[in-house]
Write a protein that binds this ligand. Structure first.
Ligand code: PBG
Length: 322
């Protein structure tokens, strides 16, 4: 018998009650914090379109990694901004590349934190695409070897986990094979499995200097209107050996997160990307929204949709709020 037997408002009467019956909770131990490492010393350059986020030289990245560890956050996701870019993204797989050096320095100072690396070429190529270019097109198969070399060099330098974000076909298998043949059988792979060609990456490309010099990424990243295709991408990555799968961006793709959660049993990550961050920051600066409330609502929604793991530029701040 519905009303008056059932009154939904009973359990909403106080914060204690609401807290008791809350279905979704945020926790720092399921969050990952992305950081951008750049050359130099004592560098801490704020990214214009991402207030509160910085390009950090290795010394400062070590500091931030310490803070992240102390905050109880699971790990950091490292992006590198190399001294020099070239056509073959040499710095990406150079033993003395920016990420490799950062990994060694952080590993030396921070014991527990998970060091996860973004494996992609776009920050390292002059043209800003995620692979090798020939005839104005990104070449899939020749790119795989460079991605595999990159992943191996990251793990060799101390990465706990690699996260390929390039969206080349077959890269999960290629990286898994390369890691295994080097004896890194136990290094997990988190694949950006359903990664869309999104306008929400704009601020990141300013942060990482990775805007394509010509064309766009639509021939390799996914077409935003497609959902079933995301499930195929995810299934393929799991078959190829992905340990964790990711949906990216997050807020505009909650349906994809929910469907992936339903259909697959592997751990699921979602990436609240730079544009999602920038929108909240911009609207808060204009005085149009309540900043902290929006941060909590947006990140909670991503977990409610089904994400186990949340990659977010708000990780450090959330750890403090929580
Ligand atoms: C590299 C990469 C990108 C992001 C993560 N890895 C940029 C892109 O694909 O253009 C975006 C992250 C963000 O926007 O916060 N390929």
């Amino acid at each position: 018998m519905p009303f008056p037997t059932h009154r939904m408002r009973r359990l909403r009467r106080s914060e204690r009650l609401r807290n008791l019956v809350r279905e979704t909770r945020l926790s720092p131990e399921s969050m990952i914090y992305p950081i951008f490492v750049c050359p130099g010393d004592k560098v801490r350059n704020e990214v214009g379109s991402m207030p509160g986020q910085y390009n950090l030289s290795i010394d400062n990245a070590v500091q931030v990694a310490r803070e992240v560890e102390q905050a109880g956050i699971a790990g950091i996701l490292l992006f590198g901004i190399p001294e020099e870019k070239d056509d073959l993204a040499s710095d990406a797989y150079d033993e003395n590349g920016i990420v490799q050096k950062a990994l060694r320095a952080i590993r030396e100072n921070v014991r527990d934190l998970l060091l996860i690396t973004d494996v992609c070429l776009c920050e390292y190529t002059v043209h800003g695409h995620c692979g090798v270019i020939k005839h104005n097109d990104v070449q899939n198969d020749p790119t795989l070897k460079l991605l595999a070399d990159t992943a191996v060099s990251h793990v060799r330098a101390g990465a706990d986990m690699v996260a390929p974000s390039d969206m080349m076909d077959g890269r999960v298998a290629a990286i898994r094979r390369a890691l295994d043949s080097e004896g890194f059988l136990n290094a997990p792979l988190m694949s950006y499995a359903a990664k869309y060609a999104s306008g929400f990456y704009g601020p990141f490309r300013e942060a990482a200097g990775s805007t394509p010099k010509f064309g766009d990424r639509r021939s390799y990243q996914m077409d935003p209107p497609n959902a079933r295709e995301a499930l195929r991408e995810i299934a393929l990555d799991i078959e190829e050996g992905a340990d964790i799968i990711m949906v990216k961006p997050a807020l505009a793709y909650l349906d994809i997160i929910a469907r992936a959660r339903d259909q697959f049993d592997v751990p699921l990550a979602a990436y609240q990307v730079s544009g999602e961050y920038a929108m909240i920051e911009a609207a808060a600066r204009a005085g149009w929204i309540e900043r902290e409330r929006m941060i909590l609502e947006a990140t909670t929604a991503i977990k409610r949709a089904g994400a186990d793991i949340l990659i977010t530029y708000y990780a450090l701040e959330l750890a403090k709020i929580l």
